[in-house]
Design a protein around this ligand. Structure first.
Ligand SMILES: Nc1ncnc2c1ncn2[C@@H]1O[C@H](COP(=O)(O)OP(=O)(O)OP(=O)(O)O)[C@@H](O)[C@H]1O
Length: 552
């Protein structure tokens, strides 16, 4: 029911109902056919040309309605697949970063691939189940008309069949749920194959251990669980069919045509009708496992789908980026990471901090002291657990957090480089981008097409970071955050970055927060913020930039 409600909510009701109606029409026509066949066999209808034409007409309706239903269903499935995937991606984009980090990329990937496929496959079987259920109902009504006793006997069998069918089905569902959990682990290992390929290639023992233990154990567990689940589903389905044949056997040999008034002719009619039930019943039983997988997957993505509408709206209707700001204040903000398995936690803050327009601020401190975490809080990527962030005196809440984010251009140490200047296409930008390429000494390596496509991103780490800096530069936001940007640069380019580019940004009125371990260049900063174990331990004002440059 949950699945049905989800589909009906997700699209136009007619796009779902139309294939069902076509299917039901096809089912009704099929039932009409079986009734006609019975009548001809019983000789209650003459096998003349008119009957043959009736037969052909009903058959044609059954066929055309079935084809329409299938075509509409295929269309519905593909558009649902696209819609669901886009919807999930939009919800991922609107989900708080911390929540996504806790979910982890393997689970997100499994949702976007396996779960989306399972849900859309179950979409395809829902109408088929409804269609086959309609055929079964049609046949049952016909059977009830032929003989109420045979109908009642069949219903009694159906109840027994349903109850006994449920037992293996619910066990099977348990295995499918467990296999879906293991699937997340599989994606983690597959990620390790791709990202850890160098380490795996260079170390045979690690490679074998990975193949046998990590990946091997997971794929074996997955195979076993899926096998158990599918076997139980098949067993349940076969049990249903077995009961069906038992019923036919009883009808033929033990209780010859209960309620039969017309002897052999009636027996032929019941048997034929009951036999005709086999195909839709078989399809019904075969489709239920797909439905079960769809339900398991829907539960997996439910949390994303239930995302607060306000968050979704805030991302969909993001404000235009600000061109300037005066002051950003952090008032007693805190953030904690809890590690369940390690029974330890890291707490940043409470942090009190002000960033003014045109300031060049360095954030320094040991590894793990909380610099990146603080940068994520400042940029609005994390929501503080307590305290307040104020932009030009206005408190930042869920409603206006997008406005804060739009103030920043960043290059985090785990930045991502897009292969085009995505979202940056105002006229005159590409010539500026080419100038920056030259300044960043990348003009011999990378070309930028008029549509903003970069000729390559297959560069050295230092060069890739320069390209990321170029994108940030082009965004032209009032606040910049560079997280250990200089770490991959050669000494000459480090000097260009710290002594030319940063002061130039400052002169252009930008506020720049630089996370750095390059103590050779600390003199460039207006202020040094020192973070240790999550606390700001000191804040050092420095003399004016010109004096500092002269001194160095
Ligand atoms: N996603 C996360 N989940 C759990 N703990 C985290 C996460 N990110 C960081 N931490 C922990 O929080 C602490 C601060 O990390 P953070 O990355 O902010 O430090 P940092 O000062 O930027 O370090 P570095 O100089 O090494 O980049 C560390 O102890 C780290 O283990």
């Amino acid at each position: 029911m949950k699945l049905l409600a989800f589909f009906l909510r997700g699209g136009s009701k007619w796009s779902f109902l139309l294939p069902v109606l076509c299917g039901v029409l096809s089912g009704a026509a099929s039932t009409g056919l079986i009734s006609l066949i019975n009548s001809v066999l019983e000789r209650s209808v003459a096998p003349d040309t008119a009957t043959a034409l009736r037969f052909a007409g009903i058959g044609l309706v059954a066929l055309l309605a079935r084809v329409c239903s299938q075509l509409l269903l295929n269309y519905l499935q593909q558009s649902m697949l696209e819609k669901l995937r886009m919807e999930l991606v939009q919800r991922i984009l609107a989900t708080p970063l911390r929540e996504l980090e806790e979910t982890g990329s393997p689970r997100l990937l499994a949702m976007l691939t396996d779960d989306v496929n399972n849900i859309s496959s179950s979409l395809l079987v829902i109408p088929q189940i409804l269609i086959n259920a309609a055929i079964v109902t049609g046949c049952l009504v016909y059977l009830a008309w032929l003989s109420p006793n045979v109908f009642l006997a069949l219903m009694a069998f159906t109840v027994v069949g349903f109850v006994t069918y449920q037992l293996p089905m619910s066990r099977g569902l348990g295995f499918i749920r467990a296999s879906r959990e293991v699937q997340d682990r599989l994606y983690k290992h597959l990620g390790a194959v791709i990202q850890g390929i160098k380490e795996l290639k260079l170390h045979p023992d690690r490679r074998s251990a990975f193949l046998e233990q990590s990946l091997g154990e997971t794929t074996t567990a997955l195979r076993r669980l899926n096998l158990k689940g599918s076997s139980l589903f098949s067993a349940a389905s076969s049990w249903g069919m077995f009961l069906f044949f038992v019923f036919i056997g009883l009808m033929l040999f033990v209780l010859p045509a209960p309620g039969a008034q017309n002897g052999a002719a009636s027996l032929v009619s019941y048997t034929l009708t009951v036999l005709y039930l086999q195909q839709p019943l078989d399809a019904l039983l075969a489709n239920i496992p797909f439905l079960s997988r769809g339900m398991v997957s829907l539960r997996k993505v439910e949390r994303l789908l239930a995302l607060d509408k306000g968050l979704l709206e805030a991302v969909r209707t993001a404000p235009a980026p600000r061109t300037s700001f005066t002051r950003l204040e952090l008032v007693g903000i805190t953030h904690s990471y809890h590690r369940e398995r390690e029974d330890s936690s890291f707490t940043l803050g409470p942090i009190h901090l002000k960033l003014e327009k045109g300031e060049l601020v360095f954030l320094v401190g040991g590894n793990g002291s909380g610099k990146t975490t603080l940068a994520k809080l400042i940029t609005g990527l994390y929501t503080p657990e307590s305290g307040e962030v104020r932009l030009d005196g206005v408190s930042i809440t869920a409603e206006n957090r997008e406005e804060l984010r739009q103030c920043f251009s960043t290059v985090f140490s785990d930045y991502y480089l897009f292969s085009t200047l995505l979202g940056l296409t105002p006229a005159g930008l590409v010539p500026r981008a080419r100038q920056y390429l030259e300044r960043l000494h990348l003009n011999h390596k990378v070309k930028i097409d008029d549509d903003g496509t970069l000729s390559t991103t297959d560069l050295s780490q230092g060069q890739r970071k320069r390209l990321a800096l170029l994108t940030a530069w082009l965004e032209d936001r009032p606040l910049y955050v560079f997280d250990e940007w200089g770490a991959d640069q050669d000494p000459s380019f480090k000097a260009v970055f710290y002594e030319e580019l940063l002061p130039e940004m400052k002169r252009a009125g930008k506020t720049v927060l630089v996370i750095s371990h390059d103590n050779r260049y600390f003199h460039v900063a207006d202020r040094l913020l020192h973070l240790e174990f999550g606390k700001l331990v000191s804040e050092a004002e420095q003399p004016p930039l010109e004096a500092r440059q002269r001194a160095s």
